[in-house]
Write a protein that binds this ligand. Structure first.
Ligand code: ADP
Ligand code: MG
Length: 310
């Protein structure tokens, strides 16, 4: 069974902005999945629709095989969501916020108290249980949101940029905590614009940009692909046959255009040497950047800027 299955999901906001242009996304049960994308890509819109806070324009969403349109309340029971914005009454006490949430899910008073205690302890907010939530730091509030989302032991936990604006220590402890509950069986989906975060935690990844899924693969496969770069050489003389070389992957796109794939950081000099040794004359060259690499340049920049501002 899929923990989440989205097909042809579209969202047009009032005013005509197409935030989602028909996305498809499947997440397996037990997975730790990253939805990575720059600001404005459509990550929060997607999560808003899954959690029924945003109405979709068209398409289908299933949570553990339950269509959210057909059985909204059952789907909701399977799901815990940690949004980007604080979603509790800040004048209430931390413990009450979490226990009351369990009440919404129909847990008994005793069960609610037990679960609330368990997650407050796990998230290190147990000693804040009698404090008014508004007095907590931003990072602590984030922990309250996580405890609140987990209090009914959902099978699928979705977190929208859980570590944005959070200090390094909390980021690390949240990573450890999420890894632990994923190992214990909870499917986790998180959105992030930190490639590092996705890389650390997630087994599978989808990349969203301008309302479209541009990549959907395993983290490992993606990282392998990012370790190479492709150069395009225009040749002075047409080449009829691809030369043999064990040093690089080469591809003759047409008799005057040769593509060479090398590991990142491998010197260009050695490519020139080998090509000239093979009698190939080059008239010009350029580095071919794919859409993915371009997107990552943006994501990496965003990460660096945030780190500076931390
Ligand atoms: P992300 O979470 O990836 O940063 P969002 O889903 O928040 O992206 O936004 C996707 C696009 O939809 C952006 O262009 C954003 O400005 C727009 N958008 C988001 N919420 C609304 C809204 N309530 N009304 C109109 N446009 C919106
Ligand atoms: Mg967002």
């Amino acid at each position: 069974m899929k923990a989440l299955s989205i097909s042809n999901l579209k969202k047009e906001y009032a005013g005509g902005l197409q935030a989602l242009k028909g996305i498809d996304l499947d997440v397996e049960e037990g997975d730790f999945f990253a939805l990575l994308g720059p600001n404005g890509a459509g990550k929060s819109t997607t999560i808003g629709i899954i959690s029924s806070l945003v109405t979709k324009t068209s398409g289908q969403v299933k949570i553990l095989d339950i269509d959210i349109d057909e059985n909204h309340s059952l789907a909701k029971k399977k799901l815990g969501v940690v949004g980007q914005e604080v979603n509790f009454n800040q004048f209430e006490k931390v413990g009450d916020i979490i226990k009351n949430q369990a009440g919404y899910y129909g847990l008994s008073f005793k069960q609610a108290r037990e679960n609330a205690k368990h997650y407050m302890r796990k998230l290190d907010i147990w000693d804040k249980r009698d404090e008014q939530a508004r007095k907590l730091s931003g990072g602590m509030k984030r922990r309250v949101m996580v405890a609140k989302a987990l209090v009914n032991n959902p099978e699928l936990l979705i977190l929208d940029e859980p570590t944005a604006g959070v200090d390094i220590e909390l980021r690390r402890s949240l990573w450890d905590f999420l890894t632990e509950i994923n190992k214990a069986g909870t499917t986790i989906i998180l959105t992030t614009h930190y490639l590092e975060e996705a890389e650390r935690l997630c087994r599978n990844i989808a990349i969203i940009d301008s309302g479209e899924i541009v990549e959907n693969t395993s983290m490992q496969e993606l990282l392998t692909r990012l370790e190479v770069e492709t150069f395009v050489f225009d040749l002075s003389k047409p080449l009829l046959k691809l030369p043999e070389s064990s040093d690089f992957d080469m591809f003759l796109e047409n008799p005057q255009k040769l593509k060479v794939t090398v590991g990142k950081g491998q010197g260009l000099n050695s490519i020139f040497e080998i090509l000239s040794g093979l009698g190939i004359e080059i008239s010009s060259m350029r580095n071919e950047t794919g859409r993915l690499e371009e997107l990552f340049l943006g994501l990496v920049d965003a990460t660096l800027t945030e780190k500076k501002n931390d």
